[in-house]
Write a protein that binds this ligand. Structure first.
Ligand SMILES: *Cc1c(COP(=O)(O)O)cnc(C)c1O
Length: 255
């Protein structure tokens, strides 16, 4: 690159740091994609059997554009209002939007109208509302049931003992396609315990596949445990920090 000290001096520090952030997002997309490929290979699983969902909560539409230019098409959001702003700002791109945060009843209509996937369904009542409010001209909503695999009081999700009845009831809804399971394991676990949590999810996923058509998604693994999740059978990792850098400390959505 040509050095031009004079023009550098004219740039304000904001645009310089913004530029650096954009460049590192492109690098991070490469790094994370390589981590996924390597883990997939080491687990002797077929190429492209694990999808990357970019978790973009708290990130600007500009940051997402950089990720899109680096090849990402699937984004996960936790906060409805913030997500709607980005969905409309990026409407010209062919993207798939996933809702991954806790769902309040009064938000189901906007979620059903604007998202393609929901990973965080843990109550029949919410699934019923999503089905009833899904616009008829759109494809059925793709749903994953969230499992609270370590029975943490603070976390959403069902106990595995509830899975058979909830999955049956959800799969009967007209505008819903049940695709699989999602989990956020306890962060306090050591590696063997974390592996056991992922294994229990993989077992439940295999059982669910026997019972329902269309089951193909096990949404587990985040920035810190991509490899462990893929080794145990994840088909979709949800990655925020490793793509976009650390979030503000005020973000309390997780852990
Ligand atoms: C924020 C979030 C993630 C991403 O976590 P990172 O550690 O930043 O990769 C994944 N899943 C859910 C449900 C989240 O809320």
């Amino acid at each position: 690159m040509e050095r031009n000290p004079a023009s550098n001096q004219l740039q304000d520090s904001h645009s310089i740091s913004l530029n650096n952030v954009m460049i590192s997002i492109a690098d991070n997309v490469k790094n994370v994609s390589q981590r996924i490929q390597k883990a997939t290979k080491e687990a002797a699983r077929s190429e492209n059997s694990v999808q990357l969902l970019a978790v973009s909560k708290t990130r600007s539409a500009e940051a997402l554009k950089t990720a899109i230019e680096a090849g990402l098409t699937q984004f996960g959001e936790n906060y409805l209002q913030e997500a709607l702003t980005k969905i409309s700002a990026l409407a010209d791109y062919p993207l798939t939007w996933h809702f991954i945060g806790p769902i309040q009843s009064n938000k189901t209509r906007a979620i059903a109208e604007n998202f393609d996937w929901i990973h965080s369904v843990d109550r029949l009542k919410i699934a019923q509302r999503l089905s009833a409010q899904r616009p008829n001209d759109k494809a059925p909503l793709n749903i994953c049931i969230q499992v609270n695999i370590n029975d943490e009081h603070s976390k959403s999700g069902i106990h595995l003992s509830e899975l058979a009845s909830l999955s049956k009831a959800i799969s009967d809804l007209p505008n819903i396609k049940l695709r699989g399971l999602m989990t956020i394991p306890a962060s306090s676990q050591d590696e063997p315990a974390l592996r056991d949590s992922f294994k229990a999810m993989a077992h439940a996923f295999e059982t669910l596949k026997q019972q329902h058509a269309d089951i193909d998604t096990l949404s587990m693994g985040m920035s810190g445990d991509i490899e462990a999740a893929i080794a145990e059978g994840s088909t979709m990792v949800r990655v925020g920090t490793a793509l976009f850098g650390s979030r503000e400390k005020t973000d309390k959505t997780i852990r």
